[in-house]
Every structure is written in structure tokens, then in C-alpha cells.
Design a protein around this ligand. Structure first.
Ligand code: GLC
Length: 446
């Protein structure tokens, strides 16, 4: 099983890598590819670095803004790269670059679940960041980025799942606040959707979220599970809890299956973060589950929902409200030709000045505690006042316990959950398959 998963991962990686290369915009620098030995080595010229800027929402654009400042200050050249918006695809690309020991990407953007997976290909940054340099960052994230005793990545921004809700529509339909429970959300979504459709908007939906078969779905489904006390797929001690004996998990999946085509679009099993934001931001949804980045975009000048929404904790199940912990780190590739300069870039991009810029312009949550008292940041994002609590209580995916197996664990899980959403299997059968696959992945131990 392990070998099969590995082969599949590699096949996907080759395809994804080709896509990434084509999409890198390297043609404009006349390079046409990343793997050309020595292409970023400029013996007599300036340093040329390459940075993975990701590309969800305004991420790429804001990253480029900051790189311009860095270039001006240092005289180095940095080529930004728009990483895939799909986190699962993004990982495949980074794994392919690492596998081929590519020197084409100096600074990696690393999802909070990847330090264990990518550790061997990343530089130990303790040489560049002293304990004093790290003291302002959230300790839990620094710990997450420390594999063995190596510090493989520096926290860039953090996030957690949130509920976005239309304040104007809640008021119009006589609700005095956002839904506290999943049952309330269903009821409000039905009422608002029926009313908006009767008023002539056929494209209106009650609730949009992420059902597409990728890492985003693992995050959403983990929230459904954790809020019902159904566990976190694999527990901290390594026990597999996504099993057909888990009644709360069966119910949570059954409920999400019922949403599809009733309060949520029929094509929910295809919808990712950006697709759900498109529906929401065009004014066609009452509620949305998404990450904090959608706040700044929803309030941008040309947004139809500007000023018409607020954001808060996700609805509670039997066990309370649960948000999946997300977030990104920056790391230096072990194969970089310019490790010192790349580490300097990581220091700049994770520094207070850049984090403040990302928070104000893009509502990206800082990973530095001191910035949560910054009046400019709080003025731009009033909801950041309650974000510390949400982040502190957020549920981590089981990436530490499953280590290098995490991607395979998550793939098994979101593949089955997606089949449930499509109505191709039942929650019980899906959980049976998940359990079988996880048992075989685990083998003698994670
Ligand atoms: C967000 C989160 C990340 C998560 C991804 C899933 O980017 O920050 O942690 O894996 O969404 O789509």
C-alpha cells in the first residue's frame, strides 16, 4: 500500500510539476525552466533568488509588493513564483523539486502540515535565527516547524476556519445573530435561500464551503468531526478514530451529504476556497466557511458584499465549535545556491513589517504575538480581536503523529469524504475504507 501511494504521489507530482514550470512566468526572463544548472548563479552579477509566493486570493500580489521592497534594500533580484492554489498540488510540486534536488526554488512556502514531510530537504535555520529572534512567534508554530532538533521553517502567517455571515440578510429575515449551532445554520440557510430565490435570485445558496477533493476538504471535514466529538481522524497517540464505529463521524458526514443540493450548490464536491469565495463575494450566499484571507477581499472596494458581512467562530455541534488550524511558513531549500541570502529573505518576509502589511492589506493573521495589539491591524480587521482565542483553540490535523505518512492519510480521508458528498458511497462504507487504508498505512506504527 505504502509503495502504491508513493507511486501515485510521484505520478501526480510529475504532472503537477510540468504545470508549475509552465506557470512560473519564467519565459519573461528567458529561462523557460527551473532546472537549468547555474541559471540563478550570477558570478559577477547580482544575487538572483526564487521564491514560492503561493497564490490564493491576493497572496501572490502582496508577496510581490514585499519582494520589491526587499530587492530595493538589498540589491538582490528575487523572482516570485505563483504556487498552485490547491495545497495538495502545491506539495507535489515541492516534493518533485526536492526529489530532483532542484536548485530552481530557494524559498519554499510550507503549509503547517508539511514540516515533517519536507524536513529533509530544508535547511536548518537555527544558524540564522537565534532563540531571541524567535521569541515573538507563536511557540506552538515554532515547535511544529522544529523536526527532531532542526528548525526547518519560520512562521509566515497562520489561520483557522471561520464562519462568514451576511449581516444584512440575517436582519432582513429576522435573525438576531449568526447561527450558534449547525442545526441553526441549516435552518437560517434554508429560510434565507428560499426568500432570496422567491425574490428572483435563482443563483442564491444558503451555505458555501470546501468539498473539492483536496486538503481543503480534510480541513472542513475535520471541523465537522471535532465539533461533534468525533475525533481528529488519527488521534495524538496514533489511534485511528475515523472508523465505521464512530457514530458521531457517521452523522457529521451524513449531514454534509444532505447539504449538497439543498442549502449548498450541487457542485459542492468540486468547490474549493476560491470557488466558494466567488459565490459568496458576488452576493450569492448567506454563509460561507473560509479562512481569514476572504475578509479583506470581501471588503475590497469593488466587492458587492463590502460592509454587508461579519465573521466569527463556526457553528457548534455536540462538542462545541471547532476550527481547523492552518497557516504557512517560509523555508530555505537545502539545494539553494544562495542559502545565506535566502535566509535573509525569509527573515524579511516573516518580520514584523511584512506581517503587518499582509495583515492590513490581506487580513492574513500574523504569527507574531506582538502584532495582535497593533491598532492599525485591529482597525483593518476588527475580528482579529477574537482570533487569538480561535487560533489557540484550533484543532491541528494529525500531521505530527503521522509524520511523513500525513499526505497519504489525508488523501485517503478526503477521497472518501468527497465520495460521500457525491452520493457515491455511504458514510459507513467510506469510514470502513478509510479505516482499512489507514491501518495498512500505519503498519507497525506511524
Ligand atoms: C489554507 C491553510 C492551509 C490548508 C489549506 C487547505 O491555505 O492555511 O493550512 O492546508 O488552506 O486548502
Amino acid at each position: 500500500m505504502r509503495r502504491l501511494v508513493m507511486i501515485v504521489v510521484l505520478l501526480v507530482a510529475v504532472g503537477a510539476g510540468a504545470w508549475f514550470y509552465l506557470d512560473l512566468g519564467l519565459d519573461d526572463v528567458g529561462l523557460g525552466g527551473l532546472n537549468i544548472p547555474g541559471f540563478n548563479q550570477a558570478p559577477d552579477g547580482p544575487v538572483v533568488l526564487t521564491m514560492d509566493c503561493s497564490s490564493v486570493g491576493r497572496e501572490y500580489e502582496l508577496c510581490v509588493d514585499r519582494l520589491e521592497v526587499f530587492m530595493e534594500r538589498t540589491g538582490y533580484r528575487v523572482i516570485p513564483k505563483p504556487g498552485p492554489t490547491d495545497a495538495s498540488l502545491h506539495l507535489s510540486v515541492l516534493q518533485e523539486l526536492s526529489l530532483t534536488r532542484s536548485q530552481g526554488l530557494d524559498v519554499y512556502a510550507v503549509d503547517v502540515i508539511w514540516p515533517g514531510i519536507l524536513a529533509e530537504d530544508l535547511l536548518d535555520l537555527r544558524e540564522y535565527f537565534s532563540p531571541a529572534d524567535l521569541s515573538d512567534f507563536f511557540t506552538a508554530i515554532v515547535d511544529n516547524n522544529t523536526v527532531g532538533d532542526r528548525l526547518v521553517a519560520i512562521p509566515y502567517y497562520t489561520d483557522a476556519g471561520l464562519l462568514y455571515y451576511r449581516t444584512d440578510l440575517l436582519e432582513r429575515y429576522g435573525f438576531d445573530g449568526p447561527p450558534a449551532s449547525w442545526a441553526e445554520l441549516e435552518e437560517m440557510a434554508q429560510v434565507i435561500q428560499a426568500g432570496e430565490r422567491a425574490a428572483g435570485n435563482d443563483a442564491f445558496w444558503g451555505f458555501v464551503w470546501q468539498g473539492r477533493q483536496n486538503e481543503g476538504l480534510t480541513c472542513d471535514a475535520l471541523e465537522w468531526f471535532a465539533s461533534e466529538g468525533a475525533g481528529r481522524i488519527v488521534e495524538i497517540d496514533g489511534t485511528i478514530s475515523a472508523t465505521p464505529n464512530n457514530q458521531q463521524a457517521i452523522e457529521a458526514l451524513g449531514r454534509a451529504q444532505r447539504w449538497v443540493g439543498t442549502i449548498s450548490p450541487e457542485n459542492s464536491p468540486e468547490i474549493d476556497e476560491e470557488a466558494s469565495r466567488a459565490i459568496w463575494q458576488s452576493g450569492n450566499a448567506a454563509f460561507m466557511r473560509n479562512w481569514p484571507y476572504a475578509y479583506a477581499l470581501g471588503n475590497s472596494e469593488d466587492s458587492p458584499v463590502r460592509g454587508l458581512f461579519d465573521v466569527g467562530p463556526l457553528p457548534s455541534g455536540e462538542a462545541g465549535s471547532a476550527a481547523t488550524l492552518g497557516g504557512w511558513q517560509l523555508a530555505v531549500s537545502k539545494y539553494s545556491r544562495f542559502p545565506d541570502e535566502a535566509a535573509e529573505l525569509v527573515r524579511f518576509m516573516t518580520g514584523t513589517e511584512t506581517q503587518k502589511y499582509l495583515a492590513i492589506e490581506g487580513s492574513y493573521n500574523p504569527t507574531r504575538l506582538s502584532l495582535y495589539n497593533d491598532p492599525d491591524i485591529l482597525a483593518a480587521n476588527p475580528f482579529f480581536g477574537s482570533m487569538l482565542d480561535i487560533l489557540n483553540g484550533a484543532v491541528a490535523r494529525p500531521s505530527t503523529v503521522t509524520g511523513t505518512d500525513y499526505e497519504a492519510v489525508s488523501t485517503v480521508f478526503h477521497t472518501q469524504v468527497n465520495e460521500v458528498l457525491r452520493g457515491e458511497t455511504t458514510p459507513e462504507q467510506a469510514l470502513r475504507t478509510v479505516e482499512q487504508n489507514l491501518v495498512s498505512l500505519r503498519g507497525e506504527g506511524w
